[in-house]
Design a protein around this ligand. Sequence first.
Ligand code: MSP
Length: 506
Amino acid sequence: MSGEPYYLTTPIYYVNDSPHIGHAYTTVATDALARFMRLDGRQVFFLTGTDEHGQKVDKAARAAGVDPQSFCDRVSQNFREMGRLMNISNDDYIRTTEPRHIRASQALWEELQKRDEIYLGKFAGWYSVRDEAFFEESELVDGKAPTGAEVEWVEEENYFFRLSKWQDWLLDHYERNPDFIAPRSRRNEVMSFVRGGLKDLSVSRTSFSWGVPVPGDPKHVMYVWLDALTNYLTAVGYPDIQSENYKRYWPADLHMVGKDIVRFHCVYWPAFLEAAGIPSPKRVFAHGWWTVEGQKMSKSLGNFIPPKQLVDEYGVDQVRYFMLRELPFGSDGDFSRRAVINRINGDLANDFGNLAQRVLSMIGRNCGGKVPAPGAFAPADETLLAAARGLLPKIRVEFGEQAFHRALELIWGVVADANRYVDEQAPWALARNDTARMGTVLYTLAETIRHLAILAQPVVPMAAARLLDQLAQPVDRRDFAALAQAIAPGTALPKPEGVFPRIVEG
Ligand code: MSP
């Protein structure tokens, strides 16, 4: 493998629950980016997995009447299946109950202890099991966590991490690395939180045992977030910092997270790492949250949508496209069936699907099923081809900023240009009176569709692959480097088939 390394991660999912569209969203966005980077020649390592320790999982296992390990084995499997269902191209799948991870977490702990970053003290404060987070009295809202979760008073002998010591370093780190936290609104939020003052953080618990035992003091288990965040190191070989993967991939290029877990990734994580002498990841992007048909997803409302239900109903590429196109990535938004159907029938079926179907069937009917040889290009042809050829550098910028919606807008901008061009050039009329010109127009369109299909692969991999099959493009000519090699006149094309069916509403 060659190419510059690119290491990206999803959060690891708590196994207390079954997967829902919120989880699928984070995973799909990360997958689109992983696919983009691979197609762009990067050597990608894409990690996802499950977060299996802590009080929340322990409680869920008890409620299910099974021991926590068997419970985790079962639920972790559901997240693996969600990955398969959403067509996720992860390179590794980590579970925090794996021996490699216990070893890495304990090694990080020992490193912190060796550097006197951890001390034994007495904790008294509020804890929310649902958030697996401690809260200050002043942060509580009507006696609950700011997230609305119940809190309980905890008094225990705990180990503490000297978080307060890292306050100035963190602020300086954010200043020196303006791209570390995105979007900007989240960066401001984190900076004002840190400016408000950091207290040392309790990093062990003694009132339950479902966790990584603290080295040398096994009546303590590690705070689940310290254990969980370490997964990003485990997967690249930590504590073996001489391993090839560690040297190649650490520090990570991107941690994709939801806005609810920014503090853990942007405050605690870089502080733990710096304290252990390990460089921080380059970037954390926090996306927004979905509501469903205008309401917050919650157990009590029973409106969690399992990804399988959507994929069965609409198709996997369709759901992936919707998720990444509908919301400006980073903002909150609403998931409604109406909006899904509008995107599928509009952008996918009418705009892109129809364009490909019309052009490929005209080539089938009028050119003996072979890509026609173009004559001299007219200005309108040159304009369309230039628009298609100009896409990659533009969408590279958007993917680099995780602005998936803008990348898709740009691609679909050229879909619209191509549709306008078909209408203006009317190749069906040229078929009757100017077959040479018709050949040039259909060639221009075939080459444009090839660009669009190659560039759409990160988001709609299956449909794009079927389009590239229909353009008879060999599998080794589908990456971004292949954009520069125009489709060869004379290429025999198979019989076209629609790739984006319309949703017919009953
Ligand atoms: N286990 C922690 C992460 C540890 S990472 C070291 C965790 N797990 S989670 O399963 O609760 O959430 C995982 C991700 O799903 C979060 O990024 C969260 O933002 C995302 N979502 C959960 N519900 C969501 C929505 N309703 N909408 C969008 N994403 C949401 O946190």
